[in-house]
Design a protein around this ligand. Structure first.
Ligand code: FAQ
Length: 334
């Protein structure tokens, strides 16, 4: 889908060093393209701050997909039926694929995969807060599909129109897959809700635990968001954190009614005047604790990723040895 960015020339066709030098004429061209709703492509000149914020966001997003495989991966060996196991395997594999598209998109900005991986494994890089919560029952898998993938889609649909071409194109494909993820989660929950009393209680318990963390996924309130203003001006962010959160809540309340579950917020109430649901206060202290590494599963998640990296060392070494051998053979034949 993408080239690996490491083979990108350091100059665009007109010989402009990308990002490095600021130049009023190039800046004006860049601004005009953004204002016209056009895409910025890897070889175009772009301001260094634009490149940096994209590397930040796309790599955080990629890390989230890869770490996000872990909570549900925990249930693959314990899925209740062969059908549910096949669906879950496909879903978790899709999340791995999303991580790879996104790492490739970040690489087009001139950063290497190794550097990004190192930032994750060393704990310097952020990834979505939601994946630091444990999956305690099978219902958690359904609730992740319904709420977490549901929130992810709400956030990611506008990113299909973001101003950086490789990110926007990756998001188109990712959103198609996420919509299957959301539906399979809802379907699994619907089936459980038509089951026994114990199964309904299991679903309600999972909803109680995942609701607030899901609405935290959209990030801090707009008034506390560091990047919203500039990233909106650059066409990276099309809808603000609070507006997306509200859209998600408005859509989800009705789905909860269909399922027959109660959302754990006594202040959730339709506001005729606003045309939206009002909701209770988000616990930002919990959010920042989790983001800053002190959630229930932060330590386990990074340990799992480090182990996967170490266990895969022989594959990387074998691939490098094979590439070396092929290069030597090609040289000898030439
Ligand atoms: N968790 O100024 P803002 C998925 C940080 S993928 C952790 O508002 P921004 C699929 C933020 O990075 C889920 N940190 O930031 C799936 C910044 O810190 P920094 C991931 C968070 O970038 C489903 C600081 O707070 N999706 O679920 C969070 O404008 C099921 C200030 O915040 C994406 O990454 C958080 N929740 O807006 C996989 C989508 N929120 O970098 C498996 C792309 C904020 O200055 C299973 N990303 N922070 O150190 C975005 O749209 C944006 O980056 C936001 C944050 C909306 C997440």
């Amino acid at each position: 889908m993408y080239t690996q960015a490491l083979d990108l020339p350091q100059q665009n066709p007109e010989g402009r060093p990308p990002s490095l030098a600021e130049n009023p004429a190039w800046q004006a061209e860049f601004d005009a393209k953004i204002d016209a709703g056009g895409f910025i492509e890897p070889k175009d000149w772009m301001p260094e701050a634009y490149r940096k914020t994209l590397v930040r966001q796309i790599s955080q997003h990629a890390h989230s997909e890869i770490v996000g495989m872990l909570p549900e991966g925990n249930w693959i060996s314990r899925a209740p039926t062969l059908k549910r196991k096949a669906i879950l395997l496909a879903k978790v594999q899709d999340e791995g694929g999303h991580g790879l598209y996104l790492y490739a998109a970040a690489e087009t900005l001139g950063v290497s995969r190794d550097k990004l991986t190192d930032a994750l494994l060393s704990g310097r890089a952020k990834y979505s807060s939601i994946f630091n919560y444990p999956t305690l029952s099978w219902a958690d898998v359904g609730v992740i599909g319904w709420l977490v993938d549901g929130a992810a889609i709400m956030n990611q649909i506008p990113l299909c129109k973001c101003s950086y071409g490789p990110y926007a194109r990756a998001m188109v494909r990712i959103c198609k897959e996420e919509s299957f993820h959301q539906r399979q989660g809802f379907d699994a929950l619907l089936q459980l809700m038509q089951g026994t009393e114990a199964q309904r209680e299991m679903v309600q318990d999972a909803v109680n635990r995942w609701w607030w963390p899901s609405i935290m996924m959209f990030g801090p309130h707009d008034s506390d968001s560091t990047h919203t203003g500039q990233n909106t001006r650059w066409g990276i962010k099309r809808i603000s954190n609070d507006d997306l959160r509200q859209k998600f809540i408005d859509a989800t309340v009705k789905q909860a009614e269909v399922l027959g579950v109660t959302l754990p917020d006594p202040e959730l109430k339709w506001n005729e005047q606003r045309g939206h649901y009002d909701f209770g206060r988000i616990d930002w202290e919990e959010f920042w604790n989790v983001v800053n590494g002190h959630g229930q599963c932060n330590v386990d998640r990074l340990a799992a990723r480090r182990k996967a990296w170490d266990d895969g060392a022989w594959v990387r070494e074998a691939a490098m040895a094979h590439a070396d051998k092929a290069a030597r053979r090609a040289q000898a034949a030439a």
